[in-house]
Design a binder for this molecule. Sequence first.
Ligand code: UVW
Length: 320
Amino acid sequence: MESKNVPEVAELLEDSPKNWGKWGSDDEVGSLNYLTQAEVLRGVASVRSGKTFTLQIQMGHPKGDPVWPGRSQARRINVMDKGHYMCGKGPLFPGLAEYADDMMIMYLQGSTQYDALGHVWYDDQLWNGYDAKSTIGGLDKASVLPIAERGVVGRGVLIDMARHRGKDVLDPGETFTHEDLLAAAKAQGVSIEKRDILVIRTGWIGSFYERDQAKFYENFVEPGLTHSRELVDWFHKMEIPNLVTDTIANEVTVDPVSGVALPLHNALMRNLGVTLTEIAQLDPLAADCAEDGQWSFLYTAAPLKVVGGSGAPVNPVVVK
Ligand code: UVW
């Protein structure tokens, strides 16, 4: 992805704002600190009907699972089932109860997931200034564990960019900005409020199951937010704690202006401590929001407690 004219991410983000030190020199959850008890209650106050939605994609879907190119899909392996008993290999318990057992091999970013704040960095420093060497052999600092221990609860707001543009799914590489989000919110009749968990639908992950897989990964570039200083300042000013999207990487894969890959992972996650949630399934939630006109809700999530993990799977639950 590198080319002679592409600046280094450090150069692109030279004056970009940082929240390092804001919550202490040992902080590992960043902008989740904005989700105080008052924010939890603001989320609870948005509940109207009691309808619930889960946002994880299926693991081991018959059509495959969408993953970042180069990662392999999660593999579930049966290690015990009726077949073992049928050929005399099942353990004989007193009372003769039988059981099934299985294991899974997967990338921790290989399903709907939270990125640890230390997942991506530049200039040898992670979130809060931690040394990038602390990632060697497992993340000693800013792993997914503190996010998992804390949990994420607040008011979520869904912005349906695909619907706003009159499409089922945005095009590969199609970009949008915070101004577009605000225009879509206005059209939906909802406001993006300070400290909202920002959930953005592009239709991309849902389309994975309808497309030929080779085509999905061909010249891989997703639709998504694109970097600008104004956008980063907006996230900073709005104190957005968590960005959730139905794409694999939360932003347009390669920024079309600078040519830098994944600049928002650095500008938002490394520098501001915004947690990123990727590969969410948002189509059923979006369809319901379009029907009842309610685009805000209580959002709750807690990734798995993986010690030293650079990310972990999650099944967020939304209550409307
Ligand atoms: C990469 O690590 C490249 O992306 P993601 O944050 O989507 O897992």
